[in-house]
Design a protein around this ligand. Structure first.
Ligand code: BGC
Length: 764
């Protein structure tokens, strides 16, 4: 980060800018697809801007127009320029503008710079990482993502997605850290710190907390759909990870597609100003989501014209418009005609310019010497537009993180596979679906599929692969072939699930705008599985998916189920290691797997009354609860003790023993329950977690930190308080009750209070 007097620098720059130049800073466009080559060809031809979306209003825009606008200072930022050659061309053009203000490049690098086709390290998706329950791991993945994104010429990523998600019908669950406020908040903060770097090793990119707010549990599970929720729940659940992200120093926010309680987020001054700025004192800027400002007019109908929509969004607190023309002209006219004050434009531009200054973008004298051009750190393959970004140490991290994420849901003893012959098949056995959403097709040699993994790791077994079509197209021939191979094998491994890959066309079933009304395995996957099961050969099912699928037949009948989520480019190796017993599974579910679609929303921190009465026609319990995950060894807990004298350093301690015969990593989770309170409280709520490594037979004392916020509730006056009384803390089967008392009752959000007393009790 650039130190020095940012405020003075920005004030001086602003004083020299025209109104148009200031508004230009607020305008972001999608990468036009201009590299050094096409830039040269533009002298003779002028193709239209391909926005990748059917947006009629942009059809007349050509690439020369884009370059002209950059040079005129009418564009301040681009998104999705994945080609480093393109950032260079555009930055060079910006350096010719009157004040030579550099462009800010933003990308969607949400688990590695996966949209980069030249080959980046693709880590497990955020939901998969959440199954690893390790803020330290997420920090390192974010740091590695920052380094590769930075090396590709970008300054900013639209990550973390800190939506609390309780509806697996929503296709974007895989982009999030799941259903728990504590897990989402802590992993979100780790992401922010990892991306922004805290000044470490000179690599810093800006993070973006999105989507503000509450789009993760939309009505009917459909992206963009309304969210109607009390302000109390909004503050306690959906806004909380965003508040934590502000405290972690996040530089930018992105507004959400949806409306909250009838007010679209892009025009919601209560959210963007009262809460974000006034209460939380956020100093960065807010970017709109893709063309959502226009949607205030075209979709939500809270503005009568497009221009009115642009004015409404700017006034409500959006600073940067993603993407396209319209905004520039509307705001210029609105200032001239007195509907928007120039001071608001100044404020918005200043926030953006300050980030550019603090990222060091003004320090460079020529585009090729920008601090982000540290590509010598990455191996070049000779083509300046196709630089291989995969740092070797990141590949190791991709494998390490992939080993920690898969969750073993069931196992009748068939796993780990000891010896014999393995047949492997299924739509996700031998392709890149392991990468998840926000990843382009990667060079094949960079991705270890499940088949590759079994063939490499399975030195003691013979592996036969039966190729399989994508789920909707599984043929009778494939089923017959798989059945035949299964009859001759000692175990069948079938990789099923979803396909989140961008570019998978009709086969894509998960990811952005891929919401579903039912959550069984789609297409002919169950036909394949049942036919294989009928052979009597033990059936191991590996599920690759970015959401919590409800696979009734599989959960009831398979001999073992490994829920791999989307474990990234080295996922196939990690899965093979787990299946063959080289790695002991240690992931835990970061989301509940509901019993049926009719049970949604189903989540661990529900109030007591949720299941006071039950269904006439169904078991009210989930298929698998939040936090579930088996191992090949066993862990036992003893001597639970809580220390809550000072809520700013509260802990729950427990002695863990690995009582099985294998070494293993283990995730410990502590849950809290506020026994009696002025508002209803969850039956239990994740309060702290820690990942440890324990050899067979070994014991360890572990103190799990419990943040003060886990004791807090939002009361009916919308204050965050700790109400005095008893709190129950549990780790596994052990529980203890502690008493927290204070004279005043309502406690301030921060700061320690000497009047706290607590009486820890031994576990009963
Ligand atoms: C998504 C955002 C994303 C943006 C830019 C939108 O469709 O909702 O999460 O950052 O596109 O690619």
């Amino acid at each position: 980060m650039q130190h020095g007097n940012a405020a003075a620098f920005v004030a001086d720059l602003l004083s020299r800018m025209t109104l148009e130049e200031k508004i230009g800073q607020l305008c972001q466009y999608v990468g036009p697809g201009i590299d050094a080559l096409t830039a040269g060809e533009l002298a003779t031809q002028d193709p239209s801007l391909d926005t990748g979306d059917n947006l009629p209003q942009y059809r007349d825009l050509t690439l020369r127009d884009i370059l002209r606008m950059v040079e005129a200072g009418e564009i301040g930022s681009f998104l999705s320029c994945y080609d480093p050659g393109e950032t260079e061309v555009l930055q060079r053009r910006a350096s010719k503008s009157r004040l030579a203000i550099p462009l800010l490049f933003g990308v969607d690098a949400i688990h590695g710079h996966g949209m980069y086709k030249g080959g980046a390290t693709v880590f497990p998706t955020p939901l998969s990482l959440a199954a690893g329950f390790s803020a330290e791991l997420v920090y390192r993945v974010a740091r590695a993502t920052a380094r590769e994104t930075h090396a590709a010429g970008a300054h900013w990523t639209f990550w973390p997605n800190v939506d609390v998600t309780r509806d697996p019908r929503w296709g974007r669950m895989g982009e999030t850290f799941g259903e728990s406020v504590a897990l989402v908040s802590e992993l979100g903060a780790a992401t922010v710190r990892g991306l922004q770097g805290d000044g470490i090793d000179g690599v810093e990119i800006a993070a973006c907390a999105k989507h503000f707010a509450a789009g993760g549990t939309p009505e009917n599970g459909v992206n963009f759909a309304p969210m109607d929720v009390s302000e109390r729940t909004l503050r306690e659940v959906y806004l909380e990870p965003f508040r934590v992200a502000v405290n972690a120093g996040v530089r930018t926010f992105m507004a959400a597609h949806n409306e909250v309680n009838g007010v679209p987020c892009h025009g919601n001054s209560w959210l963007l100003r009262s809460v974000l700025r006034d209460e939380w004192e956020f100093e960065g800027f807010v970017v709109s989501d893709w063309t959502d400002i226009s949607r205030l007019h075209t979709l939500h109908r809270v503005a009568e014209t497009e221009s009115a929509a642009q004015e409404l969004a700017l006034d409500a607190g959006v600073e940067m418009h993603m993407h396209g023309p319209g905004f520039f002209d509307s705001i210029v006219a609105a200032v001239h005609e007195g509907r928007v004050e120039e001071a608001r434009v100044d404020e918005a531009a200043a926030r953006i310019l300050r980030l550019k200054y603090e990222l060091g973008l003004f320090e460079t004298t020529s585009p090729s010497s920008h601090p982000d051009q540290d590509r010598t750190a990455a191996a070049e393959d000779g083509d300046s537009n196709n630089i291989a970004l995969r740092f070797p140490e990141h590949d190791e991290l991709a494998l390490e993180s992939a080993r920690r994420c898969p969750v073993l849901l069931t196992n009748d003893g068939v796993l780990p596979i000891a010896a014999g012959s393995v047949v492997v098949t299924g739509p996700n056995a031998d392709n890149q679906t392991l990468l998840g959403d926000w990843a382009a097709h990667q060079p094949d040699e960079n991705v270890t599929t499940i088949v590759d993994g079994l063939e490499t790791v399975g030195t003691d077994v013979s592996v036969r692969h039966v190729p399989c079509e994508q789920a909707y197209h599984i043929s009778d021939d494939t089923i017959a072939c798989a059945v035949d191979a299964a009859r001759k094998a000692s175990v069948a491994v079938v990789a099923v699930g979803d396909n989140s890959l961008r570019g998978a066309g009709e086969d894509r079933t998960c990811g952005e705008n891929l919401d579903r009304s039912e959550l069984e395995l789609h297409g002919r996957q169950n036909d394949l599985l049942r036919a294989i099961a009928e052979t009597g050969t033990p059936l191991v099912v590996v599920i690759v998916s970015g959401r919590a699928l409800i696979c009734d037949w599989v959960y009831a009948n398979a001999n073992a189920v490994l829920y791999a989520f989307e474990p990234g480019a080295r996922g196939g190796q990690a899965i093979a290691e787990i299946l063959l017993g080289r790695t002991n599974p240690s992931g835990r579910l970061p989301v509940t797997i509901p019993r049926s679609v009719g049970h949604i929303p189903q989540y661990h921190d529900h109030p007591d009354a949720s299941y006071f009465r039950t269904y006439k026609d169904a078991d009210p319990t989930p298929w698998f609860p939040f936090g579930h995950g088996l191992s090949y060894t066993t862990f036992e807990y003893a001597d639970l003790e809580a220390s809550v004298e000072d809520l700013d350093s509260a802990t729950v301690g427990v002695t863990v023993t690995n009582t099985g015969s294998r070494d293993g990593e283990h995730v410990m989770c502590a849950y809290i329950r506020d026994c009696f309170a002025s508002v209803t409280r969850p039956v239990r709520r994740l309060a702290g977690f820690s990942r440890i490594t324990l050899p067979a037979g070994a014991s360890k004392r572990v103190d799990l930190p419990i943040s003060r916020t886990r004791f807090e509730l939002v009361d009916t006056s919308l204050r965050r308080v700790v109400e005095p009384g008893e709190f129950e803390l549990t780790v596994g089967e052990l529980r203890t009750v502690v008493r927290v008392s204070t004279k005043s009752g309502a406690m301030p959000r921060t700061g320690s209070d000497p009047e706290w007393t607590a009486s820890p009790r031994r576990a009963r």
